[in-house]
Design a protein around this ligand. Structure first.
Ligand code: G
Ligand code: G
Ligand code: MN
Ligand code: NA
Length: 253
């Protein structure tokens, strides 16, 4: 597995870049925002999955550096989007372990403010509270981020990592329904019941609901019919490098 040294040298040599996947409004097809997804190309090993990079950074104690490097890049890319006339919300997946140290909130704010972007243009997607060691501190940091104007989104909702407990505790305004529930929704009556219940719970809590991993028209239609506001998935667009995202937006008019 990767070590701290490899990670830090990768950060300096440009091993990291970000891919962007559109989130669209189900009712109109309009672009609502993008999810920023980490991509890592190691000189020796080749591409490494974001999960492995994040896990390695957590284990080797450089998760704060990784998170801040990602935010520096997002701020630059967001400014490039605006420069090209694309004003859109950028959602960043956030390891809760990035919030153990009190100074991180201010460092994250500084990173995202560096290129002139507004905090309301950013969302933090979070999962896996149950593995967090200092939950009160993490919750406090998330509340501070929310009060600063950022949005908080509960990712992969319905899976082991994102539970009702999270929904009850986090200062979130968005709920992303895991793609396994979206897929199950079109497969069986029972799947549809779970999907509908998850959506209704989120709507009752005044959350913006995102259907994740929408791959086929039937899933799109069901998600829309059951009340999801937004969709994300291969049906609309795959994660793309920044320049392709800008072309994608331009081509749709
Ligand atoms: O893009 P892909 O499907 O390979 O992502 C796999 C997983 O890695 C997803 O669960 C996603 O949330 C996570 N991930 C992607 N980018 C980041 C990132 O920048 N930070 C963190 N913490 N997780 C990420
Ligand atoms: O865990 P998280 O929701 O952050 O994961 C996002 C990941 O899901 C991205 O890495 C992306 O590559 C993947 N993804 C996005 N859309 C689809 C889809 O329609 N189908 C599948 N199988 N994966 C998707
Ligand atoms: Mn996500
Ligand atoms: Na995610």
């Amino acid at each position: 597995s990767m070590e701290a040294r490899q990670l830090m040298s990768g950060l300096k040599t440009g091993a990291m870049h970000l891919a962007y996947q559109p989130k669209v409004e189900l009712a109109t097809g309009a672009l609502y925002g993008v999810e920023c997804l980490l991509r890592w190309e190691d000189a020796q090993i080749g591409s490494i999955s974001p999960r492995d990079v994040v896990t390695a950074a957590e284990k080797s104690g450089v998760i704060n550096e990784l998170t801040l490097a990602i935010l520096d890049q997002v701020a630059i890319d967001h400014a490039a989007m605006e420069h090209s006339g694309v004003r859109t919300n950028c959602a960043v997946n956030l390891s809760m372990r990035s919030l153990y140290e009190v100074e991180m909130v201010d460092r994250m704010k500084a990173a995202l403010a560096a290129e002139g972007g507004l905090f309301r243009d950013y969302t933090f997607e979070v999962t896996e509270t149950h593995m967090v060691e200092d939950l009160p501190r993490v919750l406090e940091a998330l509340i501070r981020l929310r009060l600063s104007g950022f949005s908080v989104s509960i990712d992969d909702y319905g899976t082991g990592a994102s539970t009702m407990q999270m929904l009850a505790q986090l200062p979130s305004s968005e709920l992303k329904i895991d793609r396994s529930f979206v897929a199950a929704g079109v497969r069986s009556e029972e799947g549809r019941l779970f999907l509908r219940s998850a959506i209704e719970l989120g709507l009752g809590l005044n959350q913006t609901i995102v259907a994740e991993g929408v791959e086929i028209q039937k899933e799109h239609e069901l998600a829309h019919q059951l009340g999801c506001h937004l969709g994300q998935g291969f049906l609309y667009a795959r994660p793309m490098p920044l320049d392709e995202l800008l072309t994608w937006v331009r081509d749709r008019g």
